[in-house]
Design a protein around this ligand. Structure first.
Ligand code: NAD
Length: 494
């Protein structure tokens, strides 16, 4: 069985782990690999390597950084299928989804290739006679990235290309459930010519996260995961004096107005609700149908659900298994709770039968869900869609705005004025208009509001550049050579 270990200073860590974790193939339920769990000593070794590497990397020219980023971009693109296969093997999502996340990550690398432009400062000449003021942005030092299981390639790539391009050195702590994509990319960085110690990977659970949050050598924390852990990471990291961006959970609403194209809305509900088995922070999990279209919409979604092929992600399926047996059972318990609470169970995913021990659960649809039910209040993070029926736009808006999460939302309508009002009034960080999953492009920043993000910086885009650098303003006065400088033929003072 493969043993995955840490990547420190451009090499695999050979120390014997005190603890390790199992990695499963979710489609078979079998344990396939084991991952070493690090501790404070592991983090210390990684921080030492990153600190030594920082002394040189921060002085690498913008040209050199861009060349390495371009080379890395090419290597990731060439190896997209191999990275996707590693993701499907450990996460379970279908291969096309896995390849799609690598593509989204690559877009951030491409964005970071423009770092010479992104790091340009400002300059004001003659703020006082003979005095100029200019601004520069400088790297922070070693920075940590702690990522969730659901996007093992894309989420670390939201951060590390920008961090490295800005001159920082990086320690990634991937999810212990699917750490292989990060390891593969570590090797690609080395092949791309990144100096050893600039990109490191440590594995583990709370113990290693706590060591990163409190280590004096770590200057910032970029975290993505569930809301309770995001809050904890934010509070602990900021208390230790670090800058922290901690992206948390979600409950994304899709509002369907009565004038919407219901075929388009139903297609979107299927893609956004069940893609990646609902294990996406931008998945739609609550559909707010503004009457009188709810029954017509539910009928369309139900009929499309019959065509979703759930199965092994390597076999041309539409939807794969859930990540672990524990998570599958948790999602199934929400279905039980929703039915008990009185919601109408239109399609029950628990009825799905697939031979073997894979972590299967079929797509599920609830109608007549009310705001007091746990299936609406809490993040389920599985293939479960809930339809809530309301009578007006204002009721729909109030529902979305009173939810604790504010990551993403979509509105379906043919009325541009209604869409414009929604984008203005909704308290959510990312808004889609007639699009199912409003994931911004790499050059915009990604992040939610309310309990979906702690800290004030979103990921990548210019906010990412800002997060991974600190500003410095220089006020300078250079006396004219006539004041005793080198003799350039100007008249000299006595
Ligand atoms: P998680 O919170 O369980 O784990 C995230 C990371 O934190 C992992 O690296 C894990 O090892 C570590 N961790 C887990 N428990 C910890 C603890 N007690 N102390 C310190 N560290 C701990 O999240 P997950 O299950 O891996 O991922 C799913 C969650 O991530 C969902 O809630 C989803 O909405 C969220 N997510 C959010 C975004 C976003 O952009 N807002 C993107 C992707 C995923």
């Amino acid at each position: 069985m493969d043993q995955i270990t840490h990547w420190i200073n451009g090499a695999l860590d050979t120390s014997k782990p005190e603890r390790s974790g199992d990695i499963y193939n979710p489609a078979t339920g079998k344990t396939t690999k084991s991952v070493a769990f690090g501790n404070a000593a592991t983090v210390d070794r990684a921080v030492n390597a990153a600190t030594i590497a920082f002394a040189e990397w921060r002085h690498s020219s913008l040209t050199k950084r861009t060349q390495v980023l371009f080379a890395f971009r090419e290597l990731v693109a060439q190896n997209k299928e191999r990275i996707a296969a590693l993701i499907t093997d450990e996460h379970g999502k279908v291969l096309s989804d896995a390849a799609g996340e690598v593509t989204r990550g690559l877009e951030v690398v491409e964005f970071a290739c423009g770092i010479p432009h992104l790091l340009k400062g400002g300059f004001s000449e003659e703020v006082s006679t003979g005095v100029d003021v200019y601004s520069i942005r400088q790297a922070l030092g070693p920075v940590a990235i702690i990522s969730p299981f659901n996007f093992p390639a894309m989420v670390p790539m939201w951060f590390f290309p920008v961090a490295i391009a800005c001159g920082n050195t990086v320690i990634v702590k991937p999810s212990e459930k699917d750490p292989s994509a990060a390891m593969f990319m570590a090797k690609l960085w080395k092949e791309a010519g990144l100096p050893d110690g600039v990109f490191n990977v440590v594995h583990g659970d709370k113990e290693v996260v706590d060591a990163l949050l409190t280590h004096k050598g770590i200057k910032s924390i970029s975290f993505v995961g569930s809301t309770p852990i995001a809050r904890y990471v934010y509070e602990t990291g900021t208390k230790a004096g670090k800058r922290v961006q901690a992206l948390g959970g979600a409950k994304n609403h899709m509002v369907v107005l009565p004038d919407a194209d219901l075929e388009l809305a139903a297609d979107a509900a299927i893609n956004a609700g069940f893609g990646s088995a609902g294990e996406r922070c931008m998945a739609i999990s609550a559909i707010v149908a503004v009457e009188p279209i709810a029954s017509a919409l539910v009928a369309r979604i139900k009929s499309r659900m019959a065509n979703i092929k759930t199965g092994d992600g390597t076999q041309g399926s539409d939807m794969g298994p859930l990540v672990t047996a524990v998570h599958r059972d948790k999602v199934a318990s929400y279905i039980e709770a929703g039915a008990k609470a009185g919601a109408t169970l239109v399609v029950d995913g628990r009825a799905l039968e697939i031979a073997g021990d894979g972590f299967w659960l079929g797509p599920t649809l609830f109608d007549h869900v009310t705001p007091d039910m746990s299936i609406y209040k809490e993040e389920i993070f599985g293939p479960v869609l809930s339809v809530l029926r309301v009578n007006t736009y204002d009721e729909a808006l109030a529902l979305v705005n009173s939810h604790e999460y504010g990551n993403g939302t979509a509105i379906f309508t043919n009325d541009g004025g209604a869409a414009r009002r929604y984008q203005n009034e909704v308290e959510v960080g990312m808004v889609g208009i007639n699009v199912p999953i409003p994931v911004p492009m790499a050059y915009y920043s990604f992040g939610g509001w309310k309990n979906s993000l702690f800290g004030d910086s979103h990921a990548h885009g210019t906010e990412g550049v800002h997060f991974f650098t600190r500003g410095k303003v220089v006020t300078s006065r250079w006396l004219d050579p006539s004041h005793g400088g080198i003799n350039l033929g100007f008249p000299q003072n006595d």
